[in-house]
Design a protein around this ligand. Structure first.
Ligand code: FAD
Length: 450
């Protein structure tokens, strides 16, 4: 059987979802194929389950802190199976939302596997095993990504990836996290707030190696305050599985570090999910970093586009979404939606959060861009003080009076970065910012940079 569409999207993570929905809203006939779960990594193994867990651990940590504000709640405790139910419910709600918004837009949802057999033809093997052909003017590849382990290391009962840790039904007592970037540190925060003894081993000399040193140092101090044992500049040499746990051996300078725990969580990056046979057959260019695309997300084969994690680069859901919307706008819309790498905010949902858009000071120096640095402290903000969250800062970089980068470390940084990324993406400068009235008293007043 063969059906004809204007667009066929393969993969229903945030990228594929955004592309299909926006294209269909443009009035064209769209099908989307998903072989696993609607919503992809973000909904089931990424953004949503981790943020559900962080919301629980944060609530628990806040209750314990309440005493300082005169709130007595008696002995605080938590119910881990109920926390896991909250995690699962969040993923279910998100997956249902994905399906509903696609259906509302008029997209045809197809469960099963998609395989591109020619530049305008996709083979769809339905969940029931039936093979069908979908003809399409354009095809979008949104295959996503998967965890990348250290060379020679395989996941096992004791060596977990983020997928494995999220699937645990029982809260461990001790965990060693290998990798001090966003994903590893978010897990470290959630686990430590739920009283798990956590160690983090990071190869580079600082956590979040791309960020400015004072940002990483501030975060390290705060995470250490949560009881996390952090080893930076340490190289993992080997894993040795024990009957009831794991021994991780690392070297730090010339010393050997030996740590044991129930599990080790390896967060050393992700790799694009590349069906290389299929790409080779079609002559689509790629390398280990991902599928190569032009500024419109088109591969070297006309009519075949790629978006999201499968294209490599910074693997973030909102980047995949923006790329998906941009392709839809380019093909079937007014071409006003564009994707610009520099405008993608980067957020780490630790407690406190780290959020950045645009340049770091380190990057600006490396690129020879002269900047004026302005720093405002959370401690000077009355809301931050009265909520006992006066720990943090905003660092803004201006180049010739234009805002080129903002980093926020502290409470609510993940929300506060949104207006700043709008300003950076639109090249706003001091002139525009001076016209901005911020409500008082709010935490947003920390963004009063001038
Ligand atoms: P994916 O979400 O990976 O979806 C790809 C989909 O394609 C999958 O459902 C897969 O089954 C399907 N597929 C693949 N091949 C085929 C085929 N042949 N046929 C049919 N279907 C196919 N990002 C953020 O922005 N914020 C966060 O807080 C955040 N937290 C994260 C936490 C963790 C632990 C992890 C692992 C990731 C996190 N991310 C976060 C990253 C985010 O999840 C990804 O960047 C995002 O999901 C990428 O979207 P995508 O559409 O490219 O691919």
């Amino acid at each position: 059987m063969s059906e004809t569409f204007d667009l066929v999207v393969i993969g229903a993570g945030p990228g594929g979802h955004a592309a299909a929905e926006h294209a269909a809203r443009g009035g064209v006939r769209v099908a989307i194929i998903e072989k696993n779960l609607w919503g992809g990594t973000c909904t089931h193994r990424g953004c949503i389950p981790t943020k559900a867990l962080l919301a629980c651990s944060r609530q628990y940590a806040d209750l314990k802190r309440g005493k300082r504000m005169g709130i007595n709640v008696g002995k605080t405790s938590f119910d881990f199976p109920a926390i896991k139910r909250h995690q699962q419910q969040a993923a279910n709600i998100s997956a249902l939302g994905v399906q509903r918004s696609l259906k509302d837009a008029g997209v045809e949802l197809k469960c099963g596997e998609g395989r591109i057999i020619s530049p305008h033809e996709v083979q769809w093997i339905s969940a029931e095993g039936k093979t069908n052909r979908l003809k399409a003017e354009n095809i979008i590849i949104a295959w996503g990504s998967e965890p990348l382990l250290l060379p020679g290391v395989e996941p096992s009962e004791r060596i977990l990836t983020s997928d494995g840790l999220l699937a645990l039904g029982k809260l461990p007592e001790t965990v060693i996290i290998v990798g001090g970037s966003a994903i590893g540190l978010e897990f470290a925060t959630f686990l430590a707030e739920l009283d798990v003894r956590v160690s983090v081993i990071e190869l580079m000399d600082q956590l979040l190696p791309s960020e400015d040193l004072e940002v990483a140092s501030f975060l390290k101090q705060n995470l250490t305050g949560l009881g996390i044992n952090i080893h930076t500049g340490a190289k993992v040499e080997r894993f040795h599985e024990l009957p009831d746990g794991i021994l991780v051996t690392a070297t730090h300078q010339s010393r050997t570090l030996e740590l044991t725990a129930e599990y080790t969580l390896v967060c050393t990056g992700r790799k694009p999910s590349l069906a290389t046979d299929e790409l080779d057959q079609l002559g689509i260019q790629y390398d280990h970093r991902g599928i190569s695309v032009d500024e419109c997300q088109m591969t070297n084969v006309k009519g075949i586009y790629a978006i999201g994690d499968v294209t490599g680069g910074i693997m973030l859901a909102h980047r995949a979404i923006q790329q998906g919307k941009a392709v839809a706008s380019h093909l079937y819309g007014d071409r006003q939606v564009t994707y610009k790498q520099d405008a993608v905010p980067f957020v780490v949902y630790t407690h406190p959060n780290v959020a950045r858009c645009g340049l770091t000071e380190k990057q600006s120096k490396a690129d020879g861009i002269e900047t004026e640095v302005r720093i405002t402290q959370y401690g000077a903000n009355i809301v931050a003080r009265l909520e006992l969250r006066g720990n943090g800062f905003v660092k803004a970089l201006f180049h010739k009076d234009v805002l080129v980068g903002v980093t926020i470390v502290g409470e609510g940084a993940c929300e506060l970065i949104a207006p700043m990324s709008l300003a950076v993406a639109n090249g706003m400068g001091k002139k525009e910012l001076k016209k901005w009235t911020i409500p008082h008293p709010t935490l947003s007043e920390v963004l009063n940079l001038l």
